[in-house]
Design a protein around this ligand. Structure first.
Ligand code: 13P
Length: 249
């Protein structure tokens, strides 16, 4: 049975107190939701340890971790530090990290290994920009991102990974991928994993969709065979909207 997940990526939003309040509300509302969907919030680094104290029905994620284990890297936060703050998941390779902070696939591969070594579950993001989709390069782009980041992992480690497909043109734009576009790419990602790691690992892999996902469109996206949940940006900043998305399954 594949795990279904709805994860909220708060990005660089909310003060510490606002973050604690939001986490409490999400946790409370989620307690009333039936079903097996795993709900995750990805809070900013400095919120993590306080937020971890108020969550019970909801899991906690960081939004990134360093590509080095420790040492003289001013301003960075290591996977080990993240784990020590009571965190279970870490988003790695979000398109904002790739484009704004110039993180490349090799760096992301290092982050994934450090996350796994420290007991964190990576939520690995991949996605194409509009130009790549329109020029027909979308499948090659995703293949390269997935291969470099994930293909040298041990099967046991790969079995822990969650993948999030986030088409960059759909992030924060209000333009959501059609259910057909999401299904097509999710099936392609699962096929890549199947060819490299075999049937059982591919069948168990959770693949999330991200990009302008809202209560009004989540149901038709989540209804697709290869879509196992969502990575939610803007709509995760409001507890009611976020939980309405959780209830879309
Ligand atoms: P939006 O839901 O705001 O489009 O953001 C998606 C995203 O980037 C989640 O990681």
């Amino acid at each position: 049975m594949r795990k279904q997940i709805v994860a909220g990526n708060w990005k660089m939003n909310k003060t510490l107190q606002e973050g604690i309040d939001l986490a409490k509300s999400v946790n409370e509302l989620n307690e009333q939701v039936d079903g097996d969907v795993e709900v995750i919030v990805a809070a900013p680094f400095i919120h993590l340890s306080e937020v971890s104290r108020v969550l019970s029905s909801v899991r906690l994620s960081a939004q990134d971790c360093a590509s080095e284990a420790n040492g003289a890297f001013t301003g960075e936060v290591s996977a080990e530090m993240v784990r020590s703050a009571g965190v279970e998941y870490v988003i790695i390779g979000h398109s904002e990290r790739r484009t704004i902070f110039k993180e490349d696939d090799i760096t992301l591969n290092k982050k994934i290994k450090l996350a796994l070594d420290n007991g964190l579950i990576p939520i690995f993001c991949c996605g194409e920009v509009l130009e790549e989709r329109e020029s027909g390069k979308l499948f090659d782009v995703i293949q390269t991102q997935v291969e470099i980041a994930l293909f040298d992992l041990d099967p046991a480690d790969m079995g822990k990974i969650v993948i999030a497909y986030e088409p960059v043109w759909a992030i924060g734009t209000g333009v959501v991928a059609t259910p057909e576009q999401a299904q097509e790419m999710h099936a392609y990602i699962r096929k890549l994993i199947r060819e490299k790691f075999g049937d059982s690992l591919a069948d168990e892999l959770t693949i999330l969709y991200g990009g302008s996902c809202k209560p009004s469109n989540a149901r038709e996206i989540f209804a697709n065979t290869d879509v196992d949940g969502g990575l939610i940006g803007g709509a995760s900043l409001n507890a009611e909207d976020f939980i309405a998305i959780v209830q879309s399954f």
